[in-house]
Design a protein around this ligand. Structure first.
Ligand code: ZN
Length: 310
């Protein structure tokens, strides 16, 4: 791993040198200075990419680093992505340790970095690559997504004031759609009786969803600080016992994470496994989680259907 990182660092220094050598004729701050000159924006996660598409429209040249259904946990930048980071005007990141894979590349970039989770009250938690003991999955509450979109809007306006009005209008329309989404989730979860609102997940991704929409996370299968393959037999037995004791009818897993463990727990506890929630990333185009709004709707539909008759 360290060899890989060293190569990445060397590559990034080389790219930085090339770009500095070529950029004499351009404005030093990389700002947009002519019409038709698109702001170069990098988004780390697929959901931030979706927010950026909605607010920036076709006025930004957008690169999204993570791919649909890609696990954010062991992500590393490819050389072409490193180049996009180095050349970017604006980088939109989640923060709270989720996208710390960006840190070394940022040393070679003069881009403005906007951390979209700024101002959100983080829940306790842990995540791979995260030493802060906070749960990074803030976007799974629509109220938090709203805040991220507002932060994104302000970042775009600060970087590209000429198009401020357009960004404001796009953001207003999208925020309205988020408000409708939030209301529809609240309406749908009413179908789940209070005693059935218990979530067991493979990776501890639904904390903000649970606290926003009245669920309780009673357990998660993969300890958040270890890799998926490393849950011990004792840990699995413990979660099977918990599932039986809490009497939950179904357990949940993300489409982006190998379902072997959650399927084993499901078999041993004799409960249904819903293995296609969207958590760390959106689904591919054409799936029921291709956009943030679709992802939240389909997660809610699956959770409600699995728990309503507990
Ligand atoms: Zn995660």
């Amino acid at each position: 791993v360290s060899k890989h990182r060293l190569i990445l660092t060397v590559t990034s220094l080389m790219i930085a040198a090339v770009i500095l050598a070529c950029s004499d004729s351009q404005s030093p701050d990389g700002a947009n200075d002519g019409p038709g000159d698109e702001l170069k924006v990098v988004a780390t996660t697929t959901q931030i990419g979706d927010f950026a598409r909605n607010v920036g429209g076709d006025r930004i040249d957008l690169t999204v680093l993570l791919s649909p259904n890609q696990d954010a946990h062991d992500f590393e930048l490819e050389p072409s992505q490193l180049r996009a980071v180095v050349e970017a005007d604006l980088i939109l990141r989640n923060g709270l340790g989720l996208d710390s894979f960006l840190d070394s590349a940022l040393q070679s970039s003069e881009a403005t970095v906007a951390t979209l989770s700024d101002g959100i009250d983080a829940l306790q938690g842990a995540h791979e690559g995260n030493d802060e003991q906070v749960d990074p999955h803030v976007w799974l509450s629509v109220a938090n997504a709203r805040r991220m979109v507002e932060n994104l809007r302000e970042a775009l306006i600060a970087e590209d004031t000429a198009r401020a009005e357009e960004y404001r209008q796009n953001a207003a329309a999208y925020l309205q759609a988020l408000d409708a989404l939030d209301a529809s989730i609240r309406g749908e979860v009413e179908a789940v009786p209070a005693g059935c609102r218990k979530l067991v997940t493979n990776h501890d991704v639904l904390g903000y969803y649970a606290s926003a929409y009245g669920f309780e996370v009673v357990g998660s299968i993969i300890p958040s600080t270890t890799a998926a393959a490393q849950a011990s037999a004792a840990a699995i037995r413990e979660i099977v016992t918990l599932v039986e004791a809490e009497n939950v009818p179904a357990i949940f897993a993300e489409a982006s994470i190998n379902p072997a463990l959650v399927e084993q727990v499901g078999r041993e506890a004799g409960v249904t496994v819903i293995d296609d929630l969207y958590g760390d990333s959106l689904g591919p185009e054409g799936s029921d989680g291709a956009t943030y709004i679709e992802m939240m709707r389909s997660n809610t539909r699956k959770i409600v259907a699995a728990l309503r008759d507990c």
